[in-house]
Design a binder for this molecule. Sequence first.
Ligand SMILES: C[S@@+](CC[C@H](N)C(=O)[O-])C[C@H]1O[C@@H](n2cnc3c(N)ncnc32)[C@H](O)[C@@H]1O
Length: 277
Amino acid sequence: MPMSEHDNYSDGWQLEKSGPEAYEQYLVPEMFAPWADKLLAAGKLQEGDRVLDVACGTGIVARRASSKVGERGSVVGIDLNKTMLTVARATSSQLQHPIEWRQGDATDLPFSEESFDVVFCQQALQFIQKPGSALREMRRVLASGGRMAISVWRPLQFNPAYEVMADALETHVDEEAATMMRSPFPEWDISHLRTLIRDADFRDVSLTIEIGTMRYPSVEEFLRREAASSPLAEPLEALNPDIRDALIEDLEEALDAYTDDHGIVFPMEAFVAVARR
Ligand SMILES: C[S@@+](CC[C@H](N)C(=O)[O-])C[C@H]1O[C@@H](n2cnc3c(N)ncnc32)[C@H](O)[C@@H]1O
């Protein structure tokens, strides 16, 4: 993997229409919420911290952080995508401590220097065209000694169900759909990510490989929920039913080793990186 900033294959994983609601409904509880808890623990969040959640999406990290920092702390979530932020606002409206939601670009954060004690970024750095610029911005807005905690999926071979899904999409849909499914899993190894973070002038950089599990009640639900929650919703909806059945059959065969009495279960691996300003 070259050390230069990589191309943005998927245009920032932008979701339209009902995508953000589906993302919040299907992917957040089972996938992103448990990972948010790992990230909060890695960032050693404390009561009273001022927190920024960069590329917050529908806001799971910010919401989890809000209950921890309490009324003496504060939480801001920022994302490029307006409709993700609409869901973030709706989902957090009943929280005891309000969260500020902002629309903006991670590479040009609209905050002054040293405004936050902790900056989080969960599963988004790989979608940002210039990840190094985003990291430099995260450092700029951190107070001296402040902590950054980010997570990024490991490459596809460590996330086997998505490798299988991408291959099946390539066979039955098209190259574009396969590329989209591969886009959350950058070809970054541990030293590439470490270099990106160090080059942004962070210190005490520490990377951990975390392994989680994901469950779906069936292969069909895996396809349906992933499609609804991703930019693939439209191309998959438009698919001829015979092709869709063949796609599911191929997926069932390929995921047979991950099938039990309750559906499918598979490992998901990510890097969790922490560093200080
Ligand atoms: C897979 S989602 C992760 C969202 C959230 N962090 C979570 O854990 O659910 C990736 C998010 O990155 C956002 N994003 C992509 N490029 C961005 C940029 N340059 N600045 C801010 N947000 C960006 C997308 O809009 C999307 O909400």
